[in-house]
Design a protein around this ligand. Structure first.
Ligand code: ZN
Length: 424
């Protein structure tokens, strides 16, 4: 994967005619397949098992001959062959960092960095302070976005998640210009500031926000702009810890443009067959990544591809939005929670006979309520609650908002561990 000198710029790539770009993407795909087959044993096995020779993959359309790699399968591959399940294509000692995402899945730091949303005005960057509230530990978001912000010229305050009062204080003391994180967390910070007696619009210097990582952020973005004069950059952005940034919004706020640093397909989640424009299916990604070539990684997210040109001038296809999960894992406040994790958290508590985690979205914020049936009604509920809160957070990386004890038989036998009742 050395032909970098002849690579067109990202700007040129996103604006070139569809056919020309497809030729470029297909050439990179062929290069990736040949490279990865030689270096990643799990991938070689996958091709061999499917009876596909690397030179038979001429372009994106041939990819459907390779089965989609599911998250569950990757978890198992990593368990059988730790730490990366045979997908690492570079020597382990060359890795700068290793991250973990829910599953657990271990992710080597990739060559592909995080991408900031489009529509960045030219006067943004140098001399401006940004509060980065993405998590800095174990997940790639914090450091990845930190690096992307610094590359543009911003000075970053590595705040990480939580600690709302401290966020308010730092934002106020440093007269921070920008915020980076989820829209719902920015709302929490603003609410906290006002609760502490500040007039957010007058007392703070927050002029812009790069917010994303969750669905349904649009009404909040509108509110930030109209009520507080905070310019929201780009729009939504979408990516996963496994494959990095997949699509970013533009100033038109009419969907997210897919990256030119990967092949992004929409497939039938059952068969893995590619679907046409505007058909809803699972987002499957093949990142051009020489470190960790996850060819045809199934994100489990549902969306569609819009291939009409955008008013912003980019010709890359857009994902209008993410419509939900193809499988059982749900994304809550930017983090995926899988029933396997909730099962694991609950399994340490024999006094619980059944449970169900219900996800809703009141007031534009994801909320998780853990419903619990007790095997032993005499169990100490307060003690159970605090112990479970701790274990749940440790295993699932997010906290539930409330725990409700429900009567025996309320949760049906064989009910799903997580139900997503969010309406956007
Ligand atoms: Zn656009």
């Amino acid at each position: 994967m050395q032909a970098k000198e002849s690579m067109p710029s990202v700007d040129a790539l996103t604006k070139m005619p569809l056919e020309e770009r497809q030729k470029y993407l297909d050439a990179r795909l062929r290069e990736l397949v040949a490279y990865a087959y030689e270096r990643a044993p799990a991938l070689k096995e996958r091709f061999d098992r499917a009876g596909v020779k690397t030179d038979e993959i001429r372009g994106a359309e041939d990819l459907e001959r390779i089965p989609v790699l599911r998250k569950d399968e990757l978890i198992q591959l990593q368990k059988d062959n730790p730490p990366f399940g045979g997908y690492l294509a570079v020597p382990l000692e060359t890795l700068a960092r290793i991250y973990q995402s829910p599953g657990p899945i271990y992710d080597p730091q990739r060559r592909r960095g995080f991408a900031m949303g489009g529509g960045l005005p030219p006067d943004f960057g140098k001399g401006q302070i940004v509060i980065n509230t993405w998590s800095y530990h174990i997940t790639p978001a914090g450091l990845g976005i930190d690096e992307a912000l610094r590359n543009i010229g911003f000075t970053v305050v590595p705040m990480g998640t939580g600690n709302t009062e401290l966020q308010v204080q730092v934002m106020y003391d440093l007269k921070a210009n920008g915020f980076c994180g989820t829209p719902s967390f920015l709302k929490i910070v603003i609410d906290k500031a006002e609760e502490m007696g500040y007039d957010f619009k007058k007392d703070f210097n927050l002029k812009f926000a790069v917010v994303g990582g969750e669905m349904g952020g649009e009404p909040l973005r509108k509110m930030f702009q109209e009520k507080y004069g905070i310019f929201c950059l780009g729009g939504d952005s979408y990516g996963t810890a496994d494959v990095g940034t997949i699509a970013t919004g533009c100033e038109q706020q009419s969907g997210m443009h897919v990256t030119t640093d990967a092949i992004v397909e929409i497939v039938d989640p059952g068969t893995g067959k590619r679907l046409g424009p505007n058909e809803v299916g699972e987002v499957v990604v093949t990142p051009f990544d020489e470190v960790y070539p996850l060819i045809r990684f199934g994100t489990g997210d549902l969306s569609s591809l819009l291939d009409e040109p955008c008013a912003c001038g980019r010709t890359t296809a857009r994902l209008p939005k993410i419509m939900g999960r193809a499988g059982d894992a749900v994304r809550v406040r930017g983090m995926f929670v899988h029933p396997k994790q909730t099962d694991e958290a609950i399994s340490g508590f024999p006094e619980i006979s059944r449970y169900q985690l219900v996800v809703t979205r009141p007031q534009h914020r994801d909320e998780m309520v853990l419903k619990v049936e007790l095997a032993d009604e005499a169990a100490d509920k307060e003690k159970l609650k605090s112990a479970l809160d701790k274990d749940f957070r440790g295993i699932c990386k997010v906290r539930f908002d409330r725990m409700e004890f429900v009567a025996k038989g309320t949760i049906p036998e064989g009910a799903k561990g997580i139900v997503d009742e969010r309406v956007y």
